[in-house]
Design a protein around this ligand. Structure first.
Ligand code: UD1
Ligand code: UDP
Length: 357
């Protein structure tokens, strides 16, 4: 079986690490990797290939992030000739970025089978670019790999039982990655306090809304007066903070984006996670930390249901109350949400088996 993997943004490199490792252990599967170039800084892209032994991309399309139409269109123009030349049995896309949609749409239009890893997630907020990307990718995919029961239920509610596709609940591939790397954390180069909050912020719904961003900066600044806050800053957020001249307190430990192994180190030592990242919400859970999600919706609903994640939006009081309640309170869970860390193998077995590619 020959598959083409299409990726381009940070969380996709991390997810692909698990599947690429599973593929490398099999002689009957060949993987061709196409990097759209959506993320391009060393600390947003190359570092993950180096740290996580992901095979270097066979094709680099160099479509740097831009306006949605421009970016997605140029990705499709780059992907199509590659797929026509490689003639794979199927194409794998991850998550919900513009690279995901560009890959799925291009492949489907030339009658290639598409597998969507992280299918069925919904925020029910159609103003998010990610929600549009997910819904469209799910609708045209042939193999839909759901990370959770809630994701599977979403697809059933939308009528996927009646569509010409196969839906599988397989667990979350990011759990595989967390399990594999949990004891391989690497200390970041900057000085680290004994106890701290780990925070990230990058979603367009927060960064591109000056009011929301101001409220979040206010909360982060105030928390950092009492508890150190480590904030590896996404380039989108840095650009917005500079543009709006929003001041971050000196008490905040603001760094460049870090590699995955540094994130593992930070996750194993922090007392709490505050984020708008999808991936980090689950990693907080995998590493036994409570998460405060600074969004109005989450796709990882089961974490909220079980009390491991507080959906605080940009409500200052709610963020502060959750910080006071949950800092340094370890999560002990035995629900086994998101599988046992063997999702990549299940995906690969399904793709290679009857009813797969
Ligand atoms: C994208 C995804 C988002 C995902 C996130 C993961 C879309 C629509 N959004 O958001 O779902 O959660 O990736 O991190 O696909 N930039 C750099 N260097 C880089 C990459 C980006 O400077 O290596 C800056 C550029 O100014 C760029 C901005 O970040 O314009 C935004 O990048 P973009 O890829 O458009 O969106 P993300 O916010 O990264
Ligand atoms: N991450 C990282 N370095 C950082 C910030 C995040 O390696 O400086 C990792 C994080 O641990 C998780 C993934 O990036 O595995 C999440 O990606 P991101 O937050 O960019 O996107 P999302 O998951 O929201 O789509």
């Amino acid at each position: 079986m020959k598959i083409v993997t299409i990726l381009g943004a940070r969380p996709q490199f991390i997810k692909a690490a698990a599947l690429s490792r599973a593929i490398a252990s099999r002689s009957d599967v060949q993987e061709v990797i196409v990097h759209t170039g959506q993320h391009y800084d060393d600390n947003m892209s190359d570092v993950f290939f180096r740290q996580m032994d992901i095979p270097l991309p066979d094709y680099q399309l160099n479509v740097a992030s831009s306006f949605h139409g421009d970016m997605t269109g140029r990705m499709m123009m780059g992907i199509e000739p590659v797929l026509l030349k490689e003639k794979p049995d199927g194409v794998v896309v991850y998550g919900d970025t513009n690279s995901t949609l560009a890959g799925a749409l291009t492949a489907k239009k030339i009658h290639l089978k598409v597998a969507h890893v992280e299918a069925g997630l919904r925020s029910f907020n159609m103003s998010m670019p990610e929600e549009i990307n997910r819904i469209l990718t799910d609708r045209i995919a042939d193999l839909l790999f759901c990370p959770s029961r809630d994701a599977l239920n979403n697809l059933q509610r939308e009528g996927f039982d009646h569509f010409a596709c196969a839906v599988h609940e397989v667990g979350d591939i990011m759990k595989d990655v967390a399990v594999y790397y949990k004891d391989r954390g690497v200390k970041p180069v900057f000085p680290l306090p004994e106890s701290f909050v780990l925070a990230t912020l990058h979603r367009a719904e927060n960064t591109d809304d000056a009011g929301r961003l101001k409220r979040l900066v206010h909360a982060f600044n105030d928390i950092s007066m009492e508890t150190p806050v480590v904030l590896p800053l996404h380039p989108r957020t840095r650009a917005r903070l500079d543009k709006l001249s929003l001041p971050l307190n000196k008490s905040l430990i603001v760094t460049e984006p870090v590699g995955y192994l540094e994130m593992v180190y930070l996750l194993t030592r922090c007392g709490l996670v505050i984020t708008d990242s999808g991936g980090l919400q689950k990693e907080a859970y995998f590493f036994g930390r409570h998460c405060i999600t600074v969004r109005d919706q989450t796709e990882w609903t089961e974490l909220v249901t079980h009390g491991y994640n507080t959906l605080a939006g940009v409500d200052y009081d709610a963020i502060m109350a959750a910080r006071n309640q949950f800092f340094a309170r370890e999560i002990v869970s035995n629900e086994g949400l998101y599988g046992i860390g063997r999702t990549a193998e299940r995906i690969l077995d399904t793709m290679a088996g009857t009813g797969g590619f």
